[in-house]
Design a protein around this ligand. Structure first.
Ligand code: HEC
Length: 165
């Protein structure tokens, strides 16, 4: 699973590279600062240890599903894609905290997390739909859109952990 995450992080670094402007000759390199990020992917944020622990199991499953989903899409195994996409879409969501809630996990998560969680569900449904309709272009595109959501959420919440190492 680490491999998948590393792969995603490698992908993430491309927009940052593209943003780099050519430097005028003779000028010193700018001092190293925070790694550049594509704004569309949001800023990194920190999650509590509790939130991460609870999320980890769910994410390990996502990682496994994703590999099967990818080969399903690439090899046009629409029934495999449909099953996995439906599972992703049906997954119980972590609910937003109620105003007087004492639920520590929910309260520990920022709003953006919930937005991306909803987006994941919508895009999994889109992928299922594309597989159902037998439209291969839509299949490829909707898989790409689903993957974008994984990357967006990791970009916002996973980055602090990977920079620790
Ligand atoms: C709503 C936010 C969110 C979405 C959407 C999301 N993830 Fe994650 N994911 C996380 C967070 C937060 C972690 C870090 C958990 C931790 O600290 O271990 C994580 C970690 C992971 C890990 C690493 C688990 C490990 O072994 O430590 C994998 C694999 C993973 N995600 C796969 C996926 C895939 C595949 C998708 C898309 C289908 C996805 N995730 C979508 C938030 C998200």
């Amino acid at each position: 699973m680490r491999l998948l995450v590393t792969g995603m992080l490698v992908l993430l670094s491309f927009p940052a590279l593209a943003d780099e402007k050519p430097r005028a000759p003779g000028r010193a390199a700018p001092a190293a600062k925070e790694p550049a990020r594509d704004d569309a992917l949001g800023r990194p944020d920190y999650l509590s240890d509790l939130a991460r622990q609870i999320l980890r199991r769910r994410m390990e499953r996502h990682g496994r599903d994703m590999l099967h989903l990818m080969s399903g899409v690439v090899l046009l195994r629409r029934d495999v894609v449909r099953t996995l996409a439906q599972e992703l879409a049906k997954e119980p969501r972590i609910t937003r905290p109620l105003p007087d809630s004492r639920d520590e996990l929910n309260a520990a998560l920022p709003e953006r997390f919930f937005v991306l969680q909803d987006e994941l569900r919508e895009r999994a449904k889109g992928l299922d739909e594309a597989a159902k309709n037998g439209n291969d272009a839509a299949l490829a595109e909707s898989f790409g859109r689903l993957t974008q959501t994984c990357v967006s959420c990791h970009s916002a919440f996973l980055a602090p952990k990977t920079t620790e190492k």
